[in-house]
Design a protein around this ligand. Structure first.
Ligand code: PLP
Length: 457
């Protein structure tokens, strides 16, 4: 397997220019400078080929430059590129009709088009307050909902997202996410952990802190994304829906990362047998053209003309790309996400037998996470190992992204093939083996130098 010397000369020169003029706040991982892509394959500016198992953070759902999406954008661009949200156009209406068909609830859906995930979340916060006239919200530790002031208040995956940005929005209380691998609350005898978390919300939060009638909504990712690709305990959503119904609290799901067929269903919440009230979408909806949608049960969307809007909402290029994306996913990629997800998961499960550092393999469809640990019993997170694997994979030609404390996410385009998965898994295991060996060597040499080793907790 070839190990590349990266970044190459052209990439290096471009990164230097970038550093002069682009905000240093972007979370750049490793020095990949894109030139072009096709499906799951991408090439950098020096001509190096990679498999993209990050898909632009789960965005290029139909792969890079899918011909049907490209054609739809080209045809629309020839006709017109923009006509502000003061007016109407057919593709925008068609997209609203399509969202209505695929919405994860029985009632009709009404859509508000946005430009990003964070803007979809902002719209959901405003709609929930507007409809209920209540002000308070419940969010989850480990969550990621975006970086604008409202959404970032709910974001609780890293302190960095809040540091130096106070004061944030008022009215958000965070509770533990029902992570079955790392439970932090104690269950009653025979109680399922998802139900434990909901009991905590009811007894501790509603019981001591927030009068239920003041709570507008609960905002939650059906599968935590940036927080570590964590699938909640199975009883969580049914218990949460029941709690919300009982107290007339809106259930708002953030499907920005987990939606658009990524888990083998249009929306990840459909795996848990409950219907939400409001849904936030973005990322994969238009295969990379900036578009988000906040949609809700029709009776909730009772705000008046002018109460909420934006300039680019319903942008024709984005709507054309979204309609083509939805067609492609519907016709073939949704089924592929289930089949290839199962295949990828089976290879990772097998690999975990050979590598005790793989603490847990989890996920649904093509939203799969592997959490790395120093010891399977203590579950001590191995952040260093995870970071070295991601770097090793990069120089071997595989783009991966971390999430959570020590997890690697696998989120390839939904059209990924068996042979691409085989190739990616070969690279991944080589990157993992090399990382394990180099960290063992480091540890051995620091022992030789008489350095004190941290004791595993
Ligand atoms: N919600 C979730 C679940 C996300 O994963 C993200 C982005 O990673 C967002 C919201 C914010 O989306 P954007 O970066 O488009 O604002």
């Amino acid at each position: 397997m070839q190990i590349m010397n990266l970044p190459g000369p052209k990439a290096k020169a471009l990164i230097q220019r970038d550093q002069e003029v682009i905000s240093p706040s972007y979370p750049r991982g490793y020095p990949f400078v894109m030139d072009h892509g096709k499906g799951t394959e991408v090439w950098d500016v020096d001509g190096n080929r990679f498999l993209d198992f990050a898909a632009g953070i789960a965005v290029v759902s139909t792969g890079h430059s899918h011909p049907r999406v490209v054609r739809a954008i080209q045809e629309q661009a020839e006709k017109f590129i923009h006509i502000s949200s003061d007016f109407y156009h057919e593709k925008w209406i068609e997209l609203g009709e399509k969202i209505n068909q695929i919405a994860p609830f029985q009632e009709d859906a009404v859509s508000f088009m946005t430009n990003s995930g964070t803007e979809s979340v902002e719209a959901a916060i405003k709609l929930a307050r507007h409809y209920t006239r209540a002000t308070e919200f419940i969010g989850f530790l480990g969550a990621f909902h975006g970086r604008t002031m409202g959404a970032v208040t709910f974001t609780a995956s890293k302190p960095l997202y809040h540091r130096d940005f106070y004061p944030l929005m008022n009215g958000v209380v965070h509770v533990p996410f029902p992570d079955p691998y790392r439970p932090v609350l104690e269950s009653l005898p025979g109680e399922e952990y998802g139900a434990t978390v909901v009991r905590y919300i009811e007894e501790q939060i509603l019981g001591h802190l927030l009068p239920p009638e003041d709570v507008a909504g609960v905002l939650v990712e059906p599968i935590q994304g940036e927080g570590g690709y964590i699938v909640p305990a199975p009883g969580f959503f049914p218990a949460l829906r029941e709690l919300c119904d009982r107290h007339k609290i809106l259930l708002i799901v953030d499907e920005v990362q987990s939606g658009m067929g990524r888990t083998g269903k249009w929306w990840a919440i459909e795996h848990f047998g409950v219907e939400p009230d409001i849904v936030c979408a973005a990322k994969g909806i238009a295969s990379g053209v900036p578009l988000g949608v906040m949609f809700a049960r029709k009776h909730l969307v009772n705000w008046k003309r002018g109460a909420h809007g934006n300039t680019f909402g319903g942008n024709p290029l984005a709507c054309a790309a979204a309609l083509a994306t939805i067609e492609v996913i519907e016709e073939e990629y949704m089924e592929n996400a289930t089949q290839m997800g199962d295949y990828l998961m089976s290879i990772l499960d097998e690999m975990a037998v050979r590598h005790p550092s793989m603490g847990q393999v989890r996920g649904l469809g093509l939203m799969i996470g592997v959490e790395f640990v120093k010891d399977r019993l203590t579950k001590e997170a191995d952040e260093k190992l995870r970071d070295v694997i991601v770097e090793n994979a990069f120089v071997r030609g595989l783009l991966l992204l971390g999430c959570g404390r020590s997890t690697i996410r696998f989120a390839p385009p939904l059209g990924v093939t068996r042979s691409e998965i085989d190739e990616a898994m070969e690279i991944f295991e080589s990157a993992l083996t090399a990382a394990e060996q180099s960290l063992e060597l480091d540890e051995a040499s620091s022992k030789d130098r008489g350095e004190v080793q941290p004791i595993a907790a």
